[in-house]
Design a binder for this molecule. Structure first.
Ligand code: AMP
Length: 371
């Protein structure tokens, strides 16, 4: 049954980075208050939220006060500690549920999940030791990439293997010189995965939103270009055939349904020369490759998530312009004059005081008439 929040109700957001900030802004437009919870002071989300708790995710006392102060909880990242997710689920409505988080926290589970919904992935093997890595490289030969199963992002915890000579060095990089401990709890997963390196034509992602009534609405696929292991641009429309676009939104829809998700699911995929789609990873939250929706669509990814959490109907996002989203990383943010003078450029800054190299400081959506 749909549980609709009332105007003035408070949505709790776990995480206080830029995604949380943009969620707060979308919630405010629909008349909701927000309460953000995270470990950082003077965070991007804290600057715009109605209430902020600065505490560690393991702080049960702070979690209890947070759960009592909100009518529903969502989050801006998937690596929520299991204990925190369980605690909140027992005390308030959490959307999406733990199941979606759990699958997306672990590359092994994620790949098994893709297989279960009949979505292809690059060839892969679970890896727990250097010996297993050596054996796996016979079936998944170089070029390949070794990735930690958990907690990797923006290229961290990854090592490319271009020839067998690089096997041990890759293992040392990914384990940071410390052999992984395996215990009973992690038996169903693995420390790392070895993936075949895909000679892709392009990378795309689809963001699906699913409401409490089970209705799924997808944004169009964006074509994503990475630089230094980080998203640099997202372009819509993507340079793919209508059949590929349909297949991609089909995968995202199946994934959201199979997870029984209420909220957003971003699915990243590689497009091969033959037009096949290989799923890379997914995230059950707003995604950097969905920021283009803020200025090119009637309803953006952040509003769709707030609608889902609040039990409001989801709408067709209806793209009205072509768009390139460009991330503003590090000192990019010091050179905004060109964008400030361009009426087609819509600037979004995250309120971060220090522009460290590699830090996402904002993004700009550059619109063009729809082709
Ligand atoms: P990930 O952390 O898995 O999202 O990887 C970050 C980026 O590295 C991807 O968006 C790709 O550009 C590249 N990459 C990761 N895995 C592969 C792969 N198996 N084949 C080709 N490129 C990859």
């Amino acid at each position: 049954m749909t549980q609709r929040l009332s105007p003035g109700d408070t949505i709790g957001i776990l995480g206080n980075g830029q995604l949380g900030r943009m969620l707060c802004l979308a919630a405010a437009r629909l008349g909701y208050r927000t309460h953000v919870f995270g470990p950082d002071t003077d965070s991007p989300a804290e600057q715009v939220a109605s209430v902020s708790t600065v505490a560690d995710y393991t702080d049960e006392k702070a979690l209890a006060a947070f759960a009592a102060a909100v009518q529903a909880v969502t989050f801006e990242f998937e690596n929520v500690p299991a204990a925190a997710a369980a605690y909140l689920a027992a005390h308030t409505k959490v959307r999406p549920s733990w199941r979606a988080l759990e699958v997306c926290q672990d590359r092994t589970k994620e790949k098994q999940f893709f297989a279960s919904i009949n979505a292809a992935t690059p060839p892969w093997r679970p890896i727990n030791s250097l010996k297993e890595l050596e054996a796996a490289l016979v079936q998944v030969p170089p070029p390949a990439v070794l990735k930690t199963a958990r907690l990797g992002y923006d290229g961290k915890g990854q090592a490319k293997i271009l020839s067998l000579k690089e096997t041990e060095a890759a293992w040392n990089t990914v384990t940071d010189g410390k052999p992984p401990k395996t215990d009973a709890k992690t038996q169903e997963t693995a420390f790392a995965v070895l993936e075949g390196f895909v000679d892709f034509v392009c990378e795309i992602s689809v963001i699906a939103a699913r409401g409490q009534d089970g209705k799924v609405v997808c944004f169009e696929p964006s074509e994503n270009v990475h630089a230094n292991h980080m998203l640099a641009t997202s372009t819509v429309p993507a340079n793919i055939t209508p059949a590929t676009a349909k297949a991609a939104t089909g995968i995202a829809t199946r994934a959201a349904e199979a997870l029984d998700l209420v909220g957003l699911l971003a699915v990243e995929m590689f497009v091969t020369k033959s037009g096949d789609l290989l799923c890379n990873e997914m995230a059950p939250r707003p995604h950097n490759s969905g920021h283009w929706t803020q200025d090119a669509c009637g309803t953006d990814q952040f509003e769709q998530l707030i609608r889902a959490v609040a039990g409001l109907p989801l709408v067709d996002p209806a793209r009205h312009a072509d768009v390139v989203m460009r991330n503003l990383v590090g000192s990019d943010v010091d050179n905004l004059d060109g964008y400030l003078a361009d009426p087609a450029a819509h600037i979004h800054l995250y309120g971060k005081a220090v522009a460290r190299p590699g830090r996402k400081m904002g993004h700009v959506n550059i619109l063009k008439s729809k082709t």
